[in-house]
Design a protein around this ligand. Sequence first.
Ligand code: PEP
Ligand code: MG
Length: 634
Amino acid sequence: MAQFSLKTNLNQAAEDANGGASEPFSVNAFPEFGASITLPRVLDRRKTGEKMLQGIPVSQGVSRSQVVVLDRTRIDPAKSGILESELAGEEDRLQASLAETRRQILAMQERLREAMGTEEAQIFEAHLLVLEDPMLLKEVSQFIRENLVTAEFAFHEASEKYAEALGKVDDAYLSERAADIRDVTQRVLANLMSQPPCTGLADLTEPCIVVAHDLTPSDTAMLDPTKVLGFITEVGSRTSHTAILARSLRIPAVLGLGEAISELHTGQSVLLDGFNGFVVIDPSKQMLFEYGQLVERQTSIEESLEVIHDDAAETRDGHRIILSSNIERAADVESVLQSGATGVGLFRTEFLFINRRDLPNEEEQFAAYRHVTESLAPDPVIIRTLDLGGDKLLSHVNVAAEMNPFLGWRAIRLCLEEKDLFRTQLRAILRASAYGNLKIMYPMVSGVEELEAANVLLDECREQLRAEDVAFADAVEIGVMIETPSAAMIADSLAKRVQFFSIGTNDLIQYTLAVDRLNEKIAHLYEPTHPGILRLIKATVDAGQAHGIWTGVCGEMAGDVAAVPLLLGLGVTELSVTPSMVPRVKMLIRSIEMSQARELAEFALDSDSPKEILARAEALAKAAVPSFFEELTG
Ligand code: PEP
Ligand code: MG
């Protein structure tokens, strides 16, 4: 993690309390969400007069830095005339701003290349091409001369004409060029008019806390943790993929701040508390000191967990659980190895596909899947086939906007129609299976037919590879995610056809309770301990057991320490969580007895009240590992 070391940060906070310099800092001791009760608490300091805003804590840790508000308001220059004698000067101004824009884009590209690598930096190639487009530039110069107007007005008119024409063409590549032209135009206009350009993530040069209406998962996947020490958004909730990525990148984040976001302005100094969801404007020295203490305590807990790194995730009465990790990128294997997890329980492969201009081909995908599988062998690696759609969209494929994207053309539904895309991925996965213990898992399955159709394509790929004499493992296990209520209810039919289940609670909860996982307004209704959810989990486990297959959980519920005993008590035998959460979940498992977990599950299956179940689950977790629940008494 490219943030200041924990020690430095703590010293900093203490130093600040004594009147020291105020450097930005970020500490992400426990970068995982959980029910708020599982978080270290801080006293509500609103009474001290500091302005404190409250949102939804989605990625733990504490940061303090200057705010940068992302501004996506577009510059729209008014028509303004010039004299004929000013023509030459106007042309010079145009050329100078083009040169300056080019310099700025090259600098951004370099920053991105350093932080994220060549692939991501290539996104700016198309922007540079716009600046050199002879047709566009000729048209702008002509427009200035013929209409005697300013360069900014001419540039805006000419480029908008181009962008509109391209946007209408039914071709994904060309319509993407329209977006490039509009982006570059804004930069040129900002330079011509000496205005700050609308601030995007690529413009960040100094460490800061980003404030935005929203960040998409693709935006978040591109965040450079050395620049973005934390982020705050107006909308969004705990199990959005933006929140999941924040935890994976270990960037503290508070989402769903609502209208209070208007209190935040570029340049303000804020403290972001990703444990409790507080955003403190101009924090006092006393508050910084208290947070320093909180972080210190959490850090020492984290250090103490190092001792169980190589131990099994086994309950005190000898029940062993497979504790694995969720990853989004092939490079995440490093964090998996460091975490003490047993392999990967969910590789969200769609992140290989977003933020790029083209689709990854078979070779590129093969290399990624092989790297993960080989690095973690003989531990298992479960590769989930593409789950595009919902809040994860390809930037270069023009998919019509949907009214309800999470109920729409997503995951297995999309793959079964885009067969070439799917076959390419299946071939790459099969080839990687020759290098370790790889398993395949299909997302968003809602009925047996989808599973069978996917398996037909998989068999076709096996045939092709055999014919081409390409190696792959003979017996790759196939599983389905149980993340639609229908899948849970027909789990017995599915269990006959697969070797494992992995419950995707993020979606299962949103679909069962009809609570949009992205919507902060109904976040309080998103209740993992709802009896409806627990009964579906139990039905899935029972159906699996009846057919001799195991059931895991890879949704965020698996990383919520209060929910872990409940899941084990319901019969789940595998948990897959973000790497940074592995030590805490392992410690909790090692601190309870399966008999306690089963008693809790029995109670829960009999209860009508999500809150009552949550309270009992929390009490058990708290009794097992009190230090995870320590309150800050300031
Ligand atoms: C889930 O739905 O719980 C899951 C793990 O998949 P995703 O979060 O990627 O939708
Ligand atoms: Mg899901």
